[in-house]
Write a new protein. Structure first.
Length: 327
């Protein structure tokens, strides 16, 4: 993942979902025998992208309830978070399997503990708490709409309204969300997959049309369409990956030292003074979410000063023609 992609939870989510493969086959993409048609597409997606595992090699555990710890592991996998280097969130009741996931989610503000020192990973997750997990992780609060659910109250109300407004949930019934009911693994798979589809459909992913290495320290990138006003250069850079391939066959990844989006919002200038190409030859390669764009460069030629005014009939010694040099 790009090192400067985790500005917010939304950035993490959109970068992650843009790189996941959506199932294209009607055939199940998983080995589980307990997954019915209602959950098949979601489970296939999550399994194929190594986001979830089953409770055994043949069972997904579709109707089993989901714990807070397992939900954290799955959500961290979905967001492709760095679970190895996340700072300790201070919870004393985490085992090695879930500790990294919980710490990583806590770092970006997606989850909190039952107390300051207890996450309670073994507690069964409610549908209301799951709504909070998803709405917070993917920052869906702006889509909130009033629901017809009579049980969508309390602390989980705004999160349920967010999922409802985004069209991710229609509730257990037309008037009930099932806020306090324990969520099953199958329901969780459907809600998470529905959130993925919503984010994918409503996110901007930049596409590069061409690029030019304008100097040893700068490259100009042309985008296929103008960047929407609500997105910044930071947002664009979150989806681009940079590397340089030298003529000798060696290759190096790099991050721009600085960057700016021009007024037309279709041109991005990146400065790579931290990776000067002076005296070198090769290709700068820019990967967006779908394509690879190459821009060749050759800065091996050495410019020499003009000798047009030099009289070749003289031999120069210490800056003077030999015939004028002091004997």
């Amino acid at each position: 993942m790009n090192k400067y992609s985790l500005f917010t939870a939304t950035a993490a989510a959109t970068v992650a979902v843009s790189s996941l493969a959506t199932p294209v086959s009607a055939e199940s993409g998983h080995p589980f025998t307990d997954v019915g048609k209602r959950y098949d597409e979601a489970v296939s997606f999550l399994y194929e992208n190594e986001i979830v595992r089953g409770i055994s090699s043949e069972k997904f555990g579709t109707s089993q309830t989901l714990t807070r710890g397992d939900a954290a592991v799955i959500l961290a996998n979905m967001l492709m978070l760095d679970t190895e280097n996340a700072p300790d969130a201070g919870f004393k009741d985490l085992n090695a399997r879930i500790r990294g996931s919980v710490n990583a989610l806590a770092e970006i503000g997606v989850i909190s503990g039952v107390t300051k020192t207890e996450f309670k990973p073994g507690l069964t997750l409610s549908r209301g708490a799951m709504a909070k997990f998803l709405a917070t992780a993917f920052e869906l609060e702006e889509y909130a709409e009033k629901t017809p659910f009579t049980d969508a109250g309390g602390v989980f109300k705004p999160y349920i309204e967010s999922l409802y407004g985004a069209g991710i949930t229609s509730g257990k019934t037309s008037t009930s969300y099932g806020t306090n009911l324990h969520i099953t693994r199958g329901e969780f798979a459907n809600l998470l997959y529905g959130t993925y589809l919503f984010v994918l459909e409503n996110s901007y992913f930049p596409s590069v049309s061409k690029a030019q290495v304008t100097s040893a320290a700068q490259t100009k990138i042309h985008l296929t369409e103008a960047v929407p006003e609500e997105y910044t250069a930071d947002d664009v850079l979150a989806y681009l990956y940079f590397r340089v391939q030298y003529s000798n066959g060696s290759e190096a990844e790099f991050e721009p030292a600085s960057y700016s989006l021009l007024a037309d919002r279709k041109t991005l200038i990146i400065d790579h003074t931290n990776l000067s190409l002076a005296g070198k030859k090769g290709t700068v390669i820019i990967d967006d979410q779908e394509t690879e764009t190459k821009a060749s460069f050759d800065f091996t030629a050495v410019k020499t000063s003009s000798s047009a005014n030099v009289d070749s009939s003289f031999t120069y010694t210490d800056g003077l023609p030999a015939t004028q040099a002091t004997k």
